[in-house]
Design a protein around this ligand. Structure first.
Ligand SMILES: [Zn+2]
Length: 152
């Protein structure tokens, strides 16, 4: 297992505990926490604790564990929030620390960046600022609903 960290990386800061987060899963290698600007209640992400930029560079065994936590999270979301579908997103443009986003979806374009789009001077721009910050109390509440106990 890599212990590589990057002190400038917000996810490494969350892993180290120097930035706060609403966690719903944690083991030696993986952390799951709520997204600060959820497009829908329940949107969250699962990251390797090691600072690895691209998801494809995570070793296969650890990547499989992350997906497995994603599966459990998605099934809990289906039960609690009853979305039409639960989507997974891996792209890494937001933060260069590999992450699996798990997102309740209610219509086809929820999985795209539709919620981030704003029209400015006749051009479409994408900004996370377009989605409001959730309160820490609310994120903690949702994290406790999604809580998954680690098991090996
Ligand atoms: Zn990092």
């Amino acid at each position: 297992m890599s212990n590589q960290t990057n002190s400038n990386c917000i996810f490494c800061q969350i892993v180290a505990g120097t930035s706060s987060s609403s966690k719903f899963y944690e083991d030696d290698e993986i952390l799951g926490f709520m997204i600060l600007r959820p497009k829908y209640t329940g949107e969250c992400l699962i990251v390797p604790k090691a600072h690895i930029d691209q998801f494809m560079d995570i070793d296969d065994e650890l990547a499989a564990k992350i997906i497995k936590i994603g599966q459990k999270t998605a099934r809990k979301m289906r039960k609690i929030f009853q979305p039409k579908r639960v989507g997974y997103v891996v792209s890494g443009y937001g933060v260069p620390h590999a992450h699996l986003i798990v997102l309740p979806c209610y219509e086809m374009n929820d999985i795209t960046s539709k919620h981030y789009a704003v029209l400015r001077d006749g051009e479409i721009h994408f900004t996370q600022q377009n989605v409001p910050l959730a309160s820490h109390e609310e994120l903690d509440r949702i994290a406790s609903l999604l809580r998954i106990e680690p098991q090996n």
